[in-house]
Unconditional design. Structure first.
Length: 89
């Protein structure tokens, strides 16, 4: 299944919690598409980590940490899926 639309927007959807990756959903992607997904997830992760949030703003700090968690989880899922299938990404 080719990536529909912009892969960076897909990475933002993962950060927002609208999109989720599981090993069964990753089967539809080719190894090149997984590389593109991983690359864009890392870009968005760096952008989210780079945003500054005042420590007094607990809600936005919690939201930032949840985005980081979702992106890290998606990256980990893709990497473990590729390792299990013997793919080099």
């Amino acid at each position: 299944m080719p990536i529909a639309g912009n892969p960076k927007k897909l990475a933002y959807s993962v950060a927002q919690g609208f999109q989720q990756f599981t090993p069964s959903s990753l089967r539809a992607y080719a190894p090149e598409e997984l590389k593109v997904l991983l690359f864009n997830l890392n870009i968005v992760l760096r952008e989210v980590r780079g945003t500054s949030v005042p420590l007094e703003d607990v809600e936005n700090l919690k939201e930032k940490n949840m985005k980081i968690h979702r992106l890290s989880q998606a990256i980990s899922t893709i990497q473990s899926f590729a390792a299990a299938k013997g793919l080099r990404i």
